[in-house]
Design a protein around this ligand. Structure first.
Ligand code: DGY
Length: 324
């Protein structure tokens, strides 16, 4: 690197990451952690060499069309990049990178957390104790659903789904089935105790727990629509740690209200941070504020991976995690 490139860091990052950024770049940090919004993003694109951005930055074609633009790379802090119009970025010669691998374990842990919480009514139980309603142990109190030995259906079988399968099969003795248009080699699936299904619909109708692990793309928008939600068994649960818009949230509310599925556990929502008000009132629903990768270790690793992408880019080397 010759001159230190200017990098706008759109949100606060863990301290070791900000220290490294300030050391190696002319880093404009966001001490107040206020989202930049479209105007702030346009200004960043106009005035900096790079943006280190997050899922909360909507980098639409309109925002990316700003002229004159100085920025040459969007180093995304996160594996999912559906908030970036990658076609528009590509058309404008703007590189985009992400941070795969380093958040796989944390996100898989979150999926299992949600699965266990919704099955064992953990949120409901916690609310009960905090409200001072607990009158003591009794054999019929807050009975949940056994997890061990049940059938887990994975929608998508990428890195995070495989880490979920590993935990579910080897940790909880679950039977794992999955559907992915690009399935892993048979020996990889077999080592995870996972059996492929030819269609998504088969997974939905067979599973006790359905966990979503597909990327958000135009093809997966509302993949879980009313019809497919209707294929999930009445005694089965839906878990989403992927992206909110993979599920038609209104259809999910309808299905839950009608008792057409046993419950749902969600870490992501269609229009974050808004959550459909009806979900807030449902006891058989677990809601987390997009915590999938939220461990200190993982967020530092994500920051370091984004920095590595920036360094490679400004050194003229091929990006490790180039998505565009
Ligand atoms: C990811 O990495 O995709 C997380 O959801 C945060 O964006």
């Amino acid at each position: 690197m010759t001159a230190r490139p200017t990098v706008v860091v759109t949100r606060r990052l863990p301290e070791p990451v900000e220290t490294e950024l300030a050391r190696d770049f002319d880093a404009r940090l966001n001490a107040k952690d206020t989202p930049l919004g479209p105007d702030g993003l346009r200004e960043a694109l106009r005035s900096a060499d790079a943006l280190l951005c997050t899922v909360t930055d909507k980098l639409t074609a309109e925002v990316l069309s700003v002229e004159p633009r100085r920025a040459k790379i969007l180093a995304n802090f996160g594996v999912g990049f559906n908030h970036i119009d990658t076609e528009a970025a590509k058309a404008r010669g703007l590189a985009v990178s992400n941070t795969p691998d380093v958040l796989t374990d944390a996100t898989a842990d979150t999926a299992l957390t949600l699965l266990l919480m919704v099955a064992r009514r953990a949120g409901e139980g916690e609310r009960h104790v905090r409200a001072g309603q607990w009158t003591g142990w009794r054999p019929t109190h807050l009975l949940g659903t056994q997890v061990s030995g049940k059938r887990l259906g994975l929608v998508g079988m990428g890195r995070i789904a495989r880490a979920v399968a590993q935990r579910a099969h080897h940790g909880f003795g679950m039977k794992v089935i999955f559907h992915d248009p690009y399935p892993p080699p048979p020996e990889v699936a077999a080592a995870l105790g996972a059996e492929p299904r030819a269609t998504l619909e088969q997974v939905l109708s067979e599973a006790d727990f359905v966990s979503l692990h597909c990327p958000a793309t135009p093809e997966t928008h509302h993949l879980m629509n009313r019809e497919r939600l209707g294929l999930i068994r009445r005694d089965a649960f839906l878990i989403n740690t992927a992206r909110g818009d993979v599920v038609d949230e209104a259809a999910l509310v309808e299905a839950l209200a009608a008792g057409r599925l046993a419950g749902a556990a969600l870490d992501v929502f269609e229009t974050e941070p808004q959550v459909a008000p009806a979900l807030l009132t449902m006891e058989n629903v677990v809601l987390l504020p997009h915590l999938g990768s939220a461990t200190r270790e993982t967020r530092v690793a994500m920051g370091r991976r984004a920095i590595e992408n920036l360094r490679l880019f400004f050194n003229g080397s091929p990006l490790r995690d180039r998505v565009v």
